[in-house]
Write a protein that binds this ligand. Structure first.
Ligand SMILES: [Zn+2]
Length: 335
């Protein structure tokens, strides 16, 4: 066993579809090529969206495809205490604050400021409650993004990458160092250097919602650290969350894992497959069907797939080919 720990983290909001199987296979292959562990985490933090019994369906689908976690699955719904503790830490350090705004308040405030442009349908919070609730009752808790960046500034060579002896990259030079003050930079093993200005592009995002649910971003960061995840391999649709998660890792003093985002799988209509747009479940009702699904996933990852119709797949070859494509991560003694 090396120090590598990877994970696949499905939400039980629908069965696995072709896109989620690609992400599962990619994270499994990356763990195998690095002689690491592969964990499964059921991301049921948002109980309002989850359907009972779907965790079992997903685990059975993975098993039918020969993908078994190296430890029993972890459920986010059992981990609220840890999320609350993390939120308490942020509040104690002045990095999180209560917000009393409704959606309507936020929309109105943005309109008055002449900046109502939503991002992925989400309104960028204008920071109304940053300096206090002004008599409103607390509804949600938000990260104080700018304070976070001031206290935990970006560095040219990310310390986290240095610590794990992985590739470091230089940020493009700027005439005015202040320009980059709010940029979070990271290196994606497939997509290369990435950056996002969280304060202006996302704003003070929610950590705990008005309905008492912890936000996905906080839960993922706390869980990745608790499980010692060194490598996050997941679908590209989640790449946009990375900067927020890195910012939270810094704020909580947690290590930043390496990231690799796998290509999106598009449906016949050219849209990405997702549970939200009703992507069909993979078919694992027979060994042959499951084998066909996993071969399709392997093909989508650019791996060599034989065309015979046996139920034997080419897993050993895929592991080797994945290693050629995405490299061994050069495991190190983390200190
Ligand atoms: Zn507010």
């Amino acid at each position: 066993m090396s120090g590598y720990i990877g994970r696949f983290a499905p939400s039980p909001t629908g069965p696995l579809h072709a896109g989620s199987l690609v992400a599962a296979l990619a994270s499994w292959l990356d763990a195998r090529v690095n002689q690491g562990q592969w964990l499964v985490r059921i991301e049921d933090v948002d109980g309002t969206r989850c359907r009972p019994g779907l965790d079992r369906v997903i685990l059975d689908q993975l098993a039918a495809c020969g993908l078994y976690g190296d430890q029993p699955p972890v459920y986010q719904s059992h981990r609220s205490n840890d999320y609350q503790q993390a939120l308490n830490t942020l509040v104690a350090h002045g990095l999180a604050y209560p917000c009393g705004c409704t959606r309507k308040d936020i929309a109105l405030n943005l309109e008055q400021g002449g900046q109502g442009k939503p991002r992925h349908g989400e309104l960028i919070y204008p920071g109304t409650c940053r300096s206090g609730l002004q008599g409103k009752a607390a509804r949600a808790w938000r990260l104080a993004t700018t304070v976070c960046m001031e206290k935990h500034p970006d560095v040219h060579v990310d310390k986290a990458y240095q610590a794990i002896n992985y590739i470091a990259f230089e940020a493009p030079p700027s005439d005015n160092p202040g320009d980059n003050a709010c940029l979070v930079r990271w290196y994606d093993r497939r997509l290369g250097p990435q950056q996002q200005d969280v304060a202006s592009q996302v704003g003070d995002f929610v950590l705990k919602r008005a309905d008492g649910c912890f936000a996905y971003q906080l839960a993922v960061v706390v869980d990745d650290a608790a499980q010692g995840i060194t490598d996050v391999v997941r679908g590209q649709d989640l790449a946009d969350n990375t900067a927020r998660q890195i910012l939270l890792q810094r704020a909580l003093g947690l290590p930043t894992p390496r990231y690799l985002h796998t290509p999106l799988v598009l449906g016949a209509n050219g849209e990405k497959l997702s549970k939200q747009n009703g992507a069909a479940s993979i078919n694992t009702t027979t060994p042959q069907a499951a084998c066909d699904e996993i071969r399709t996933a392997a093909r989508r990852l650019g791996l060599p797939v034989s065309t015979d119709d046996s139920t034997q797949d080419d897993r050993a070859e895929w592991v080797a080919a994945w290693g050629d494509l995405h490299g061994h991560v050069g495991l190190r003694t983390a200190s």
